[in-house]
Design a protein around this ligand. Sequence first.
Ligand SMILES: *Cc1c(COP(=O)(O)O)cnc(C)c1O
Length: 469
Amino acid sequence: MGIDGVLLTNKDIKLKGDINPEFLRQSEIGLPQKSELEVLRHYKSLSDKNFCVETGMYPLGSCTMKYNPKVNELMANLEGFSNLHPLQSDEDSQGALELMYNLQETLKVLTGMDAVTLQPAAGAHGEFTGMLIIKKYFEKKGETRKKVIVPDSAHGTNPASASMAGFEIIQVKSNEKGQIDIDDLKNLISEQGPNIAGIMMTNPNTVGIFEENVLEISKIMHKNGSLLYYDGANLNAIMGYSNPAIMGFDVCHINLHKTFSTPHGGGGPGAGPVGVVDKLKDYLPTPVIEKQEGKYIRNYNLPDSIGKVRSFYGNFGVLVRAYTYILMMGIDLKHATEDAVLNANYLMAKLKNAYDMAYDERCMHEFVICGEKQKHEGSSTLHIAKRLMDYKIHPPTVYFPLIVHEAIMVEPTESESKERLDNFVEVMLKIADEIKQNPEFVNSAPHNAPIKKVDETLAARKPDLSYAK
Ligand SMILES: *Cc1c(COP(=O)(O)O)cnc(C)c1O
């Protein structure tokens, strides 16, 4: 029996004025008619099919899917923040501006940088902003430097951002330890030196290994007149122990939606603040938030600014969440770093008899498994990832970074307890065993998930988003 979800009581409304009859609906609108209860059940069942960090462990390498404390939400929803109009005057926005200013100052301490903008809306957006700043710096100096060095292990956003900012990318090789090959770097500099604007790096790098030659690299680059860009998406590997400035970097971004516990995934809002050393601060996007005579102001008067990179002042709600997290943690931010690194090393040590490690040395906040052994036994990285779903563990990042065959990138984050980590180990060892016994069974996973293995190419190329069956 049909149910009226919506009762249009006044069907005889007379329209005022003339509407071209061509534009008038001739038939029923045909919306699905469901009662409120049925609609709720529909959405509840959809959410039950979803996986989130509140469901189980989410070891998605390079994504830092840690726990986002709920108090962050409470703060972001305070009426004074959530109802404040972005065009309200400085005078009327003192609380919000104070929060932004304090967050900027805190990020300056954590990165060692001299000035910070909160405007970019994501990590990649921060990279793009940073590269525009580097471009402007050389323009102002009257130098044309068109090339940017990126390691072959880099996160894909790095070359993409540099390229969007108008640079040409040159790749520097990694050595057998997963670190930048210094000789290759020196060669690039001696061949193309005057044309090289900078290098984009992350440390720890994308295979979770600390670049021990970072100081030498920064010397080489600076001697060449180039700048160093630090991808600080995963600051929970070093926060409180080291920082990009100490390592010799000139520009960096930070992902508030990773290290500073604001929800992300599904393309939700994030924030990728950018920090710069003193000589680059005039190029930051406007407005910058300043404190003058005890009042907080938005300063638009920066003649050399690269201009705006986002509407208004960035994703303010994300800034509130990150600032809340920082205040709640205080000095314990250092402990978050310790736990992130300890947890990753614990997992690596427990798994290395059953799985090959891409680089068998101490890792930082994440590590990379090479699934070649399991591939020879008749399974593969993809199937292992899918099989994890049957055990209520989110699949890790797979087939990335590209320099590792059959890569499985594991980042447990600091949020997980020892019990959870042990459970992950147990499950991974069980899967390694299952592959030895019956690879077909693993290869046809997931068996218990609401949706079985999907055709990922078809899903990306021809997404079927219709509610109707
Ligand atoms: C996540 C990540 C990025 C990109 O950040 P987005 O906010 O997704 O744009 C860049 N670099 C590294 C190393 C990352 O882990």
